[in-house]
Write a protein that binds this ligand. Structure first.
Ligand code: SF4
Ligand code: SF4
Length: 140
């Protein structure tokens, strides 16, 4: 089994096609949508985490590519430096995916890297410089 985060870029002509449904139905992949947006030119961008057998993953990605979907890997990884974190909670307010969250009632901040989409909002928001970015040498 493998788990990968990838970015799917859809041209405007394909935005309304149910590609995620086909990936699940035809390639037995589990697809978790982490982020989705459509730009003013009606092009779509989905950040997804895909779980499945490596062969199924590769076949599913090949099929998407053949349909005209461009696929890139999420090249940035966000690191939480717990030793620097003051648990002020500022990042939890702006994190769009809930990757940074407060544990109540203790009011302790945690970081779930599986939910992170590397938007970098937390890097700007953190007064303690506890969030860092790391470039990965992955290829799409
Ligand atoms: S980069 Fe920061 S703000 Fe963005 S999803 Fe990851 S943890 Fe949340
Ligand atoms: S903003 Fe920085 S210091 Fe504050 S809770 Fe988030 S990571 Fe910790």
């Amino acid at each position: 089994m493998i788990r990968k985060k990838v970015v799917l870029h859809f041209p405007a002509t394909l935005v309304e096609q149910p590609f995620i449904y086909y990936l699940i139905r035809d390639y037995q992949l589990m697809v978790n949508i982490l982020r989705a947006n459509i730009n003013p030119r009606k092009e779509g961008r989905l950040i997804v985490e895909i779980n499945g057998e490596e062969g199924d993953f590769n076949e599913g990605i090949d099929w998407l590519s053949a349909q005209g979907v461009r696929i890139t890997t999420l090249k940035q990884q966000i690191i939480w430096r717990e030793d620097r974190c003051t648990h002020c909670g500022a990042c939890t307010v702006i994190c769009p995916t809930g990757a940074l969250y407060l544990q109540r009632p203790e009011m302790i901040v945690h970081f779930d890297e599986n939910k992170c989409v590397a938007c970098e909002h937390c890097l700007k928001a953190c007064p303690a410089k506890a969030m860092e970015t790391l470039m990965e040498n992955t290829t799409g």
